[in-house]
Design a protein around this ligand. Structure first.
Ligand code: NAX
Ligand code: ADP
Ligand code: K
Length: 505
């Protein structure tokens, strides 16, 4: 699903009005209807609801929502924040209709007009939507602060009032902090950025049937992975397949005290459908790996405690590995940053031809030896969390700048970069960014990144195109986390739970 910018959204509204065709006021009515459908599903009709409206079309939505909630018998109060002398036409239309049904509509012109808001109430925030063009001030700012101080549940219409749709806010901006955002038709860039967490809450998309052809043709570099899109990426298995069909992956993982990282990646790699798996671990990990992941072959490193190289045969009879024998290689989980491990990377990278997966300390080694980036095979997948990404690039001052850095880094190095976190951002060598839609805070626990490395390595080994592998793998990883959360809650989720919950259907 595409993410469009504010100008495109405005044109999309116009295109819908022109081509469907539909009168603007009826489009507003449709938006209000979809909002109310969601609202009725989530809140009983006994709940006291205060609706705060601005004077533009977001306020118009609020007026229409108020009327529809009245029809559903909700006890509502409506407050119009009078910050300017002029209202939009569609606001005025809905204001007139509401006045016929509601004895009193309240107007907020000074702080004395702001009502007390109690904990057992719901606030609907319809002050500003995508039309926000400057920071909130005066009576709007006072009203927003009062709503934020109140213990009530807050639901924002389209986007929290005060939050820009596709550009950074200043830290001093006053913005509604909703529990829910119900956004129309398409996700907005602001909704997937970490710093905006408090101004977004749980957000959902309401389909208001805006002009599909316009959306299909609109240029964008931002996408949000929908379940149907992820499902389409999944390859069907041939009845006559054999284990050779699904590739042979090599994982280079683990060091003394971090063999668990190797175990987790290995198990996840198998659960993501790889045909054959070899794991190279330091010798201290050999027995562990052979015991807990018997499905994987294990190649012990020459070194007892760290990884030092894809070893040629030695006197102890350790078999030599040839990187070109593997359909995909994943490097990094738990490997540490010993000089010998760096030497291994330096020796290995230039010899590789196929895309690989690079994670964790392998990324930190790259950050400290940036010339190695030139030897990463094209279309490889790097999976930094924000701190690792900062080490690879530089500090950013806001999330929008971070996205620019991410895009440039992926383009310049011709690689796929998965910047992990809530709504992980996957940057492609072409400069597109796909935000993941699955996952939850339960995944913020040690080892889930190692699981992702195993999953991505398995998908590459099976021949998935690297961008598709990243989009599908990150989606499936998050979905597994959601599955665990729905069964046992998100607190206390472990990386092993996530592996067990991986499903490919
Ligand atoms: N155009 C359409 O067809 C539809 C629009 N819809 C609603 O319309 C909203 C956008 O409406 P508008 O474009 O009227 O804009 P808003 O209602 O978001 O804002 C109203 C106006 O306030 C002014 N303004 C911006 N920032 C301000 C500030 N900080 N202080 C004071 N005034 C400020 C601007 O002139 C802006 O146009 C969407 O978010 C959505 O809720 C929906 O009804 C769906 C259909
Ligand atoms: N709040 C969150 N919502 C969704 N996914 C999350 C959240 N926090 C972490 N994750 C996911 O969990 C994984 C954590 O990876 P990482 O930070 O490398 O952990 P580790 O190094 O401990 O394995 C990533 O895939 C990330 O996207
Ligand atoms: K709003």
């Amino acid at each position: 699903m595409k993410i469009l910018n504010v100008d495109q959204i405005r044109s999309l509204d116009q295109s819908t009005i022109q081509h469907e065709p539909i009168a603007p006021i009826n489009l507003m009515e449709r938006a209000a209807h979809t909002f109310v459908e969601w609202f009725v599903d989530h809140f009983p009709d006994t709940i006291h609801t205060k609706i705060f409206c601005g004077l533009g079309n977001n306020g118009g939505d609020g007026m229409a929502i108020a009327r529809l909630l009245l029809e559903h018998q909700y006890p509502i109060e409506v407050y119009v924040v009078r910050y300017a002398p002029r209202e939009s036409d569609d606001f005025m239309h809905n204001h007139r209709r509401l006045k016929l049904l509601l004895d009193s509509i309240h107007y907020i012109e000074s702080t004395a007009d702001i009502p007390a808001i109690r904990h057992n109430e719901v606030v609907i925030d319809a002050i500003f939507g995508s039309g926000l063009s400057r920071p909130t001030e005066g009576i709007v700012k006072d009203t927003i602060q009062a709503i934020n101080r109140a213990p009530a549940t807050v639901v924002s219409v389209d986007i929290a009032s005060g939050l820009y749709t596709d550009q950074p806010n200043e830290p001093t901006d006053v913005i509604i902090e909703p529990d829910y955002t119900l956004t129309f038709q398409l996700p907005k860039l602001a909704l997937v950025l970490p710093k905006n967490g408090p101004y977004v809450g749980n957000w959902h998309i309401l389909d208001i049937r805006l002009h599909k052809r316009f959306i299909d043709q609109a240029p964008t570099s931002y996408y949000f992975t929908q379940p149907s899109e992820a499902r389409l990426l999944l390859r069907k298995r041939n009845r006559f397949s054999n284990k050779g069909t699904f590739g042979h992956a090599l994982l280079l993982a683990g060091s003394y005290g971090k063999i668990g990282a190797a175990v987790l990646s290995a198990k996840a790699c198998l659960r993501a459908g790889v045909g054959l798996l070899t794991v190279q671990v330091p010798q201290c990990g050999y027995t562990i790996l052979q015991t807990v992941v018997p499905e994987a072959m294990c190649s012990p490193d020459r070194h007892q405690n760290i990884l030092t190289g894809i070893a040629p045969s030695d006197q102890a009879g350790h078999e030599s590995l040839d990187p070109s024998d593997f359909s995909a290689i994943g490097i990094g989980p738990g490997i540490g940053k010993a000089p010998e491990t760096l030497a291994m990377l330096k020796g290995l990278l230039p010899s590789l031809k196929k895309p690989i997966v690079v994670d964790a300390d392998a990324l930190n080694l790259l950050a400290e030896n940036r010339e190695l980036l030139n030897h990463i095979p094209p279309s490889s997948i790097l999976t930094p969390h924000p701190k690792e990404f900062e080490r690879l690039t530089k500090k950013w001052s806001n999330d929008y700048q971070k996205l620019d850095l991410l895009r440039e880094f992926a383009k310049k190095n011709k690689i796929v970069v998965v910047l992990k976190g809530a709504f992980s951002a996957i940057a492609t060598p072409d400069g597109d960014i796909h935000f993941n839609s699955t996952g939850n805070p339960g995944l913020s626990t040690g080892g889930t990144g190692d699981v992702l490395t195993g999953v991505l390595t398995a998908l590459l080994a099976q021949g998935y195109d690297p961008v598709e592998a990243a989009v599908l793998g990150v989606y499936a990883h998050g979905l597994a986390g959601d599955q665990v959360a729905s069964q046992r809650g998100s607190i206390g989720m472990t990386a092993s739970d996530v592996i067990d919950a991986l499903r490919w259907e």
